[in-house]
Ligand binder design. Sequence first.
Ligand SMILES: Cc1cc2nc3c(=O)[nH]c(=O)nc-3n(C[C@H](O)[C@H](O)[C@H](O)COP(=O)(O)OP(=O)(O)OC[C@H]3O[C@@H](n4cnc5c(N)ncnc54)[C@H](O)[C@@H]3O)c2cc1C
Ligand SMILES: NC(=O)c1ccc[n+]([C@@H]2O[C@H](COP(=O)([O-])OP(=O)(O)OC[C@H]3O[C@@H](n4cnc5c(N)ncnc54)[C@H](OP(=O)(O)O)[C@@H]3O)[C@@H](O)[C@H]2O)c1
Ligand SMILES: *[C@@H]1O[C@H](CO)[C@@H](O)[C@H](O)[C@H]1NC(C)=O
Ligand SMILES: *[C@@H]1O[C@H](CO)[C@@H](O)[C@H](O)[C@H]1NC(C)=O
Ligand SMILES: *[C@@H]1O[C@H](CO)[C@@H](O)[C@H](O)[C@H]1NC(C)=O
Ligand SMILES: *[C@@H]1O[C@H](CO)[C@@H](O)[C@H](O)[C@H]1NC(C)=O
Length: 529
Amino acid sequence: MLLPRQLLLCCLYAYAFAFELEQHPFLPAQTAYKPAKRIGIVGLGTGGIAALRALKSLPLDMREDWEVTIFDQRHAVGGLWVPQDDAPDPPSIPQTPAYPGLRMNAVHMHMTVPNVYFPPETPLLAPRAHVLEYWQGLFNAVPLGVHDRVLLQHSVTRASWIGDEGGGYWELKAMDLRTNLTSGFSFDHLIAAPGVNRFPRVPKFEGQDLWLAKGKRLEHCLWFRDPSKYTGQTVIIVGGGPSGLDVARHVVRTARKVYWSRQEGEPELPDIDGAENVPRMTSLKGGSPTLMNGTTIPNVDTIILATGYEVRIPFLSAGGFLDDASHLPSDIGKRLTTNGRYISPLYEHTVSLDAQYPLGALYFISLLTYNPTGLTNTAQATFAAYTIANASLLGTRDDFRAALARREQRVRDAGQEPSRYGHKVILGYGAEQGWGEDGFYQDVLVHDLVARDPKLAGLPGVPDVGFNLTERWRVWVQDNTDRVLPAWHQMVDERGVEWEKEFVRGQRTEADYLDTMRRFMEYWDDRGE
Ligand SMILES: Cc1cc2nc3c(=O)[nH]c(=O)nc-3n(C[C@H](O)[C@H](O)[C@H](O)COP(=O)(O)OP(=O)(O)OC[C@H]3O[C@@H](n4cnc5c(N)ncnc54)[C@H](O)[C@@H]3O)c2cc1C
Ligand SMILES: NC(=O)c1ccc[n+]([C@@H]2O[C@H](COP(=O)([O-])OP(=O)(O)OC[C@H]3O[C@@H](n4cnc5c(N)ncnc54)[C@H](OP(=O)(O)O)[C@@H]3O)[C@@H](O)[C@H]2O)c1
Ligand SMILES: *[C@@H]1O[C@H](CO)[C@@H](O)[C@H](O)[C@H]1NC(C)=O
Ligand SMILES: *[C@@H]1O[C@H](CO)[C@@H](O)[C@H](O)[C@H]1NC(C)=O
Ligand SMILES: *[C@@H]1O[C@H](CO)[C@@H](O)[C@H](O)[C@H]1NC(C)=O
Ligand SMILES: *[C@@H]1O[C@H](CO)[C@@H](O)[C@H](O)[C@H]1NC(C)=O
């Protein structure tokens, strides 16, 4: 017997397939029927799923006769959590940086959307497959209308606004990867959720050619899949972000010697037993890895670059609607521009303030990093959905530019340069981080909606007056997740996944999860570590 969820999925695929027939190059890509609003979403990872959920949970009278089309180039829903374990070799770019041993880098309660939790007995640091299942479950629960389309294996190659600041529409080109045929689509609103962990940031080091000529390896962690590849080697991991931490944790198990090259100012992440911290690697002069303090490290076999990703969106750049620049203008510009770290000008990382089209024509979901994904994506998507429904909620471009200037000033006040700091929220938003009374990013964003129209309080996705999107228990979880992270990994290393299964046995409710986290912290403290 088919479960309801599987039935729904079958229907979705049937839809996707049925609409495929309309994609024939000699037929119009969309039906002649013109709905009240046509909305395109690019990307069906956590960002695109949040966008779809928010649009489809608006009260019915607000979204009457809307048509939503979602594109993703992958064969399945879930973005980077959909595995591709046989990654192609460089320079071909894999579809995802996720690897078999990947787990969430926070307890799962910290990453969920409001009111939908992980299933019973999920390990606190959820393995990759659990995360995928969670987001696919959210997607499968969205009721789609007859005019909505989910187009998997479709790569969006170009988006152009046909019109001006006063009005117009987006023209999208998308290629069906099964046939290589390209079709055109028209949308009134575009939501870009293509992910920011796709294009590796690969610094060039002096002496690199000599290094490679010696038969040594230099690779970005986007291609990392299996630590056994490094068995018996001496490895330097460059970059002190979460990817550096994760790769170090895996590679110490197989390599002979691991150096972790990071520097002050990188996020405060724990040390890894068995990996030696060293200063930033500055060159490969003479074909040898040289550190900032002048020391050379001998006998290294492989350098793994965990140096992050470039924020690039080729389909917008191809249409002329996102400039790629090495430096952003010192003032807030008028054209949307990325320097590889930061897209500007955007209101709250979400609404494009580009002057070539009206406000509300283009939204971004999920540009943020170091954030509670479920909450921030939901808040951004909710903001997009309600402002698409009622454009007068958006106010003026000048108001939004002033708000952006204030946000950037707060980043500067914290000693950071906005164009380099990018879309991180780690410093920002939340009294406990020393940022004042405003509350967390996701709460500020939805409260802003209510300030613009008090009638919205209590509608789907918008908390009632006196409530935050961020429930109180989440604040406790956020404050303590960093303690649990290294301890849990160490326990799994020592005792294996059987210990983990035993520890979470019987957990059913959110309260149980919190209790398990508390219990684990006590247990760890008792060990005196
Ligand atoms: C190794 C790694 C581990 C991570 N672990 C965590 C974690 O534990 N917890 C957490 O909250 N976050 C984690 N993150 C951050 C993660 O990026 C976000 O949590 C989130 O899953 C990203 O979702 P997304 O929808 O923005 O992007 P993605 O998951 O990348 O989804 C974007 C989708 O858009 C599609 N797409 C892109 N361009 C096009 C196009 N032109 N045409 C059609 N389709 C397109 C892609 O195929 C992809 O499926 C991790 C990131 C990395 C790199
Ligand atoms: N297990 C998990 O859940 C997990 C695992 C991996 C990643 N992630 C997520 O994936 C996203 C990306 O993480 P990431 O670690 O890949 O990227 P990241 O957060 O951008 O970190 C990259 C680090 O490399 C440094 N770096 C850049 N260029 C360098 C150079 N030339 N030499 C030395 N260091 C250099 C950067 O410092 P500067 O900023 O100073 O350049 C930065 O600290 C994040 O959202 C993260 O949370 C999650
Ligand atoms: C589509 O193009 C790719 C890359 O050029 C090629 O490898 C593939 O065979 C083509 N597929 C079809 C069905 O033509
Ligand atoms: C440079 O760093 C390396 C690795 O941490 C250390 O062994 C060495 O002593 C340092 N050299 C100087 C001159 O500080
Ligand atoms: C749209 O938003 C404005 C506030 O900006 C509000 O006054 C108006 O009532 C809203 N329209 C509808 C139909 O809800
Ligand atoms: C909502 O967030 C604000 C700012 O952090 C906080 O002061 C307030 O107490 C929160 N309200 C609730 C009900 O949690």
